[in-house]
Design a protein around this ligand. Structure first.
Ligand SMILES: N[C@@H](CCC(=O)N[C@@H](CS)C(=O)NCC(=O)O)C(=O)O
Length: 220
């Protein structure tokens, strides 16, 4: 399919937006990235994602695609040259979607309790967050990537959250590498890929953002 016009509506600290940038990078697709201001959402965002009014939105030749995991699948199918992000085997595809869904149901919501929560809520969040990472680490096992030998869908889904690890560690007084060494090794392996390195902001930049967010919302 012709590349033509590809626009990404994004907000730079968003792990969901990072997923789309990685997928586009893996396929070598050039695109225009437009940053959104959530206090004054653009008419383009409201028109292209009228249901959720959230980023990321991928606009391909004027047609919007919403929801980051759905966008990754769209990119993989619309630009169906290698590398493939989802494997062709139906069972392996279903497993990858299962883990993508697990990440979506757990990592952000539990992680938020670690960097924003206080007292008991934060302590419970920390425990659950490490449990969640350990579950993912177990699924990774001794494979280089979640799908096996090649970087793919589940890696794209999870790796952006590692740019927030420094923030979780700092606010939650955690040491993720001590708790989940294999997962951290996997993250370092993923960071060797240009598509990932170019799409993830520096963890200190994310921390500064988180700090300002907390100050703005009276959460410090
Ligand atoms: N399930 C969505 C989540 C996207 C999401 O949470 N986007 C946030 C930024 S991280 C957003 O646009 N928030 C704007 C708002 O809540 O008004 C996806 O995977 O794309």
């Amino acid at each position: 399919m012709a590349e033509n016009n590809v626009v990404l509506l994004d907000f730079w600290p968003s792990s969901y937006g990072m997923r789309v940038k990685i997928a586009l990078g893996e396929k070598g697709i050039s695109y225009e990235c437009k940053q959104e201001d959530f206090q004054a959402k653009s008419s383009l965002l409201l028109e292209t994602n009228p249901i959720y009014k959230m980023i990321p939105v991928l606009i391909h030749n004027g047609k919007p695609v919403c929801e980051s995991l759905n966008i990754i699948e769209y990119i993989d199918e619309a630009w169906n040259h290698k590398p493939s992000l989802l494997l062709s085997d139906p069972y392996k595809r279903s497993q990858a979607r299962f883990w993508g869904d697990y990440i979506d149901k757990n990592v952000y919501s539990i992680g938020k309790k670690v960097w924003i929560g206080k007292g008991k809520e934060q302590e419970e969040g920390k425990k659950k967050f490490i449990e969640c990472l350990k579950t993912l680490e177990q699924e990774l096992g001794d494979k280089p990537y979640f799908g096996g030998e090649e970087f793919g869908y589940v890696d794209v889904a999870l790796i952006p959250f590692t740019s927030w690890f420094y923030t979780y560690e700092t606010y939650g007084k955690l040491n993720i590498e001590e708790e989940c060494p294999k997962l951290v090794t996997w993250a370092k392996r993923c960071m060797e890929k240009e598509s990932v390195a170019k799409s993830l902001p520096h963890p200190h930049k994310i921390y500064d953002f988180a700090k300002q967010y907390k100050q703005r919302h009276g959460l410090e």
